[in-house]
Design a protein around this ligand. Structure first.
Ligand code: ZN
Length: 433
């Protein structure tokens, strides 16, 4: 059931204070259950939208692989190269001729990613032009977070004609956008609270901070630099990618960790992940040692664009991971926690330095600023939904809500010779090492 009703936001700092209280901690443990896959990519698409410079409407889109559910491409609404982000360009009546919609950007900037059969997550129901582009690129299913009435009729008709399934995303307990926004703020607060470790930064950490001061303050250089307006929600690329890593960590079962890899030249997302078991390993039967860290997961899932990578991680890597990071062409690593580097961490740091990797300790994101940015983006979607009634929101049983990756069970084919051997593995030597 869809209800539009007035509801005031809990201010982000109030939530932060609540989380620090004993009662808040206990309640949050219960309330902040692990995100489902649909919730996870709903949140990722929403956070992508927060990088849009459109002051009145921020929209995000991500596409994921239908079998592995790994991220393939992402986009938000913005101007093409050369068009400055000036107030007058974003004005109603002008912006429609200039702006490239989120879904169109996701398709156009997909690079080598094959979107055939993919699943799209959008924060707003696609317009008809975007619907056509998604269909043309091979998207077979679309999950959407909010509706825009003027887009609904035409896009629904063409999706139906093309046999593309379109599914509304559950937004919260009472299906309002406010409820969704508050829940997202809670999730971010929870992750940050989980990672707040007591103790002062130690000498090795401080030395790393001092030596990277310039890198911390400098933003990444976009291949399409353009004029920025004063009000931008996540104003630096580094803030944006760290926030996405933080959002990725909300799907962790425990000890939340998230990581994202981006192509160093195009700044396109190459992989996004969290710490967890590899595909096919069930959470119920696995031991802790079977887990992969968020960074290792990300480098396994990375989609190569042919350049070096920049990694954003909520956590500093373990010693056994850093050789793999170096080998995977990660040339710079930004991390948030912990603020002490000791023992094996110093060895890890040395290996990364020897490989030419820059390691940059970043500040913990400002919860209040993030809360305000989430609230701002929710407000813009709400504005676009104005005038909708409960009849406009399709009823749905949420059966499609439980998206799962395909779990491969490797069954070696047996050749006649192999059958005479004691183990079929002998016919499948891995010669690629
Ligand atoms: Zn569109």
């Amino acid at each position: 059931m869809f209800r539009i009703r007035g509801r005031t936001y809990l201010r982000a700092f109030t939530i932060a204070a609540w989380f620090k209280s004993e009662r808040g901690r206990k309640t949050s443990m219960k309330q902040t259950k692990r995100s489902t896959w649909v919730e996870y990519y709903r949140d990722v698409a929403f956070c992508v939208s927060m990088r849009s410079k459109d002051p009145s409407l921020q929209v995000g889109c991500v596409t994921v692989h239908p079998k592995s559910l790994r991220i393939l491409s992402a986009g938000y609404n913005g101007f093409p190269p050369g068009t400055p982000n000036k107030d007058e360009n974003w004005r109603k009546g002008t912006k429609d001729d200039l702006v490239v919609h989120a879904e169109a950007n996701t398709v156009l900037l997909a690079g080598q990613a094959d979107l055939e059969g993919s699943i799209a997550f959008v924060t707003m129901y696609p317009c008809r032009e975007c619907a056509k582009m998604l269909i043309a690129k091979g998207v077979r299913k679309v999950y959407y977070l909010s509706l825009k009435k003027k887009y609904q009729a035409d896009s629904t008709a063409i999706f139906k004609e093309a046999d593309v399934e379109v599914v509304p995303i559950k937004r919260g307990e009472d299906t309002t956008l406010e409820d969704y926004g508050n829940h997202l703020i809670q999730k971010v607060s929870f992750v940050m609270q989980q990672n707040t470790t007591p103790g002062e930064p130690n000498g090795a950490y401080k030395a790393l901070r001092d030596s990277t001061e310039e890198l911390r303050s400098r933003d990444l250089q976009s291949p399409w630099p353009r004029e920025l307006m004063g009000k931008i929600l996540l104003d630096k690329w580094t803030d944006y990618f760290l926030f996405l890593a933080l959002i990725a960590s909300t799907r962790s079962l425990e000890n939340p960790q998230g990581a994202i890899l981006i192509d160093s030249k195009t700044l396109k997302i190459s992989a996004l992940s969290y710490n967890g078991y590899p595909r096919g390993v069930s959470n119920d039967n696995a031991d802790d040692w079977m887990k992969l860290s968020a960074l290792t997961n990300a480098i396994c899932l990375r989609f190569s664009e042919g350049h070096d990578f920049i990694a954003f991680s909520t956590h500093f890597p373990k010693l056994h991971e850093v050789k793999n990071l170096a080998q995977a062409q990660v040339k710079r690593l930004y991390f948030i926690w912990p603020k002490t580097l000791e023992g094996d961490d110093e060895k890890a740091l040395q290996i990364m330095k020897d490989s030419g990797m820059e390691v940059v300790p970043m500040d913990v994101p400002d919860l209040e600023k993030l809360g305000e940015a989430i609230k701002y983006t929710i407000g813009s979607l709400k504005e676009a939904e104005k005038g909708l009634s409960s009849d406009d929101w399709p009823s749905y049983t949420w059966t499609e809500y439980d998206l799962q990756p395909e779990r491969h069970r490797w069954k070696p084919k047996q050749t006649p010779e192999a059958r005479t051997c004691s183990g079929a593995h002998s016919t499948y030597r891995n010669d690629s090492i």
